[in-house]
Design a protein around this ligand. Structure first.
Ligand SMILES: NC(=O)c1ccc[n+]([C@@H]2O[C@H](COP(=O)([O-])OP(=O)(O)OC[C@H]3O[C@@H](n4cnc5c(N)ncnc54)[C@H](OP(=O)(O)O)[C@@H]3O)[C@@H](O)[C@H]2O)c1
Length: 360
């Protein structure tokens, strides 16, 4: 007897096909999204709210006064771009004669053309003059020409600034950030002081920064060279602290002379001042920091027009005549660090600065 034949039917089961890389990525993203769903919603909501707040509130606030500036002459250092450019535009619209002091005459000429086109001001209302704050010689040349050719100086706006230098030491032997932001303006202000006094009531506005609050001491042996300052943006913070200390001293000295002196914090503004970072921080850190900074700036930073608001306020507002306030932010007096409002430190810095720029 033959054994029964059993036929085995094999049911073909589909082979488990491996995931494609795209499917892998998709499932990882899906898992991550599931896991961090709430955090992602909260973060996106916060960024969107901040962006809207900035766009609809912060960047729509301008100095509302229609106060005119006819017959007044204003000098703006670094007026060819950023906050300085927007300040120049506003003051031209108020009828002031504006002198743009800048280091690069090609950029300056381009800015003048643009300003004339945007404000439709007369040719004689605007003038371009060369002044490289990293060269004492250039500052002396500027001041001499100004003294010979210009009758008045009603408002001096020390706005030009540098955060990342192309070179560390200037030909005058100082740290380039310290010289551009502080020492150069110190010399310029002193050389133009007679003109300011003759045009009184006049004003000096030093554009500073909240970064000054990071400075709590000064190494007097390295004060203008900053060879030992290794912190990221540490030299910039020092230059801004020096600027406020000198504003503090000058304010007291000029109180009886009819020249008002103010220091302004424009806030965080979307300009090119942070741009040449790659050379300073290296390519790897740049690749990480730069896109993050772009995103943060687009969300939180002010437009240059909104950034110019407090500078314009300090240049124009009539009620600020004889004001004892030193430092302004958002068109109102604000507090500096106590370190930057100290008589002894301010006096000592002034002495050293006068020697450094050759005024003593
Ligand atoms: N943006 C912010 O978030 C921020 C925050 C706080 C304070 N601030 C202050 O606001 C001021 C204006 O900055 P910004 O943001 O408008 O920057 P920006 O767009 O980079 O403008 C800086 C201006 O300074 C000029 N400059 C630099 N070095 C100079 C030198 N050696 N001599 C003459 N001019 C020189 C630049 O000339 P070139 O065009 O030739 O480079 C430019 O015109 C600065 O004092 C800055 O410290 C800015």
């Amino acid at each position: 007897m033959s054994a029964p034949v059993t036929t085995v039917t094999t049911v073909a089961t589909p082979a488990t096909a491996p995931f494609t890389p795209e499917e892998d990525l998709f499932s990882i993203a899906h898992q991550l999204f599931d896991q961090y769903r709430i955090a992602i919603f909260v973060l996106t909501g916060t960024v969107m709210t901040a962006w809207l707040y900035n766009k609809l509130w912060v960047n729509r606030k301008f100095y509302p006064s229609m106060q005119l500036m006819q017959g007044k002459t204003v000098v703006i250092t670094g007026g060819n771009t950023g906050i300085g450019y927007e300040t120049a535009k506003d003051l031209l619209r108020r009828g002031a004669r504006v002198i743009i002091a800048c280091r690069n005459m090609d950029k300056g000429r381009q800015a003048i053309r643009q300003l004339r086109w945007e404000t439709e001001c007369e040719e004689k209302s605007i003038r371009l003059m060369e002044c490289d704050l990293c060269s004492f010689e250039s500052i002396h040349n500027f001041a001499k020409l100004y003294d010979n050719e210009e009758e008045r100086l009603d408002v001096l706006i020390c706005n030009a600034g540098l955060a990342w230098p192309q070179y560390v030491v200037t030909k005058d032997g100082f740290n380039s950030i310290i010289q551009a932001n502080y020492l150069g303006h110190f010399l310029l202000t002193n050389l133009l002081l007679d003109k300011l006094k003759k045009s009184r009531p006049s004003r000096i506005i030093n554009v500073s920064s909240g970064a000054h609050k990071r400075v709590q001491s000064i190494d007097w042996f390295d004060v203008f060279t900053q060879f030992k300052n290794f912190h990221l943006l540490g030299v910039y913070a020092s230059s801004k602290a020096f600027q406020i200390l000198s504003t503090y001293k000058l304010k007291q000295d000029l109180l009886a002379e009819g020249v008002d002196v103010f220091s302004v914090n424009p806030g965080w503004v979307r300009t090119s001042i942070q741009s040449p970072m790659r050379e300073a921080i290296g390519i790897y850190r740049f690749i990480i920091i730069y896109p993050m900074l772009r995103l943060l700036k687009a969300t939180f930073a002010k437009t240059p027009k909104a950034g110019a608001r407090t500078i314009i306020y300090c240049a124009v507002e009539p009620s600020l005549e004889h004001s004892s306030d030193l430092y302004f932010k958002n068109c109102a007096p604000a507090r500096t660090s106590s370190f930057c409002a100290d008589n002894k430190t301010a006096d000592h810095l002034w002495e050293l600065s006068a020697k450094a720029v050759g005024l003593k």
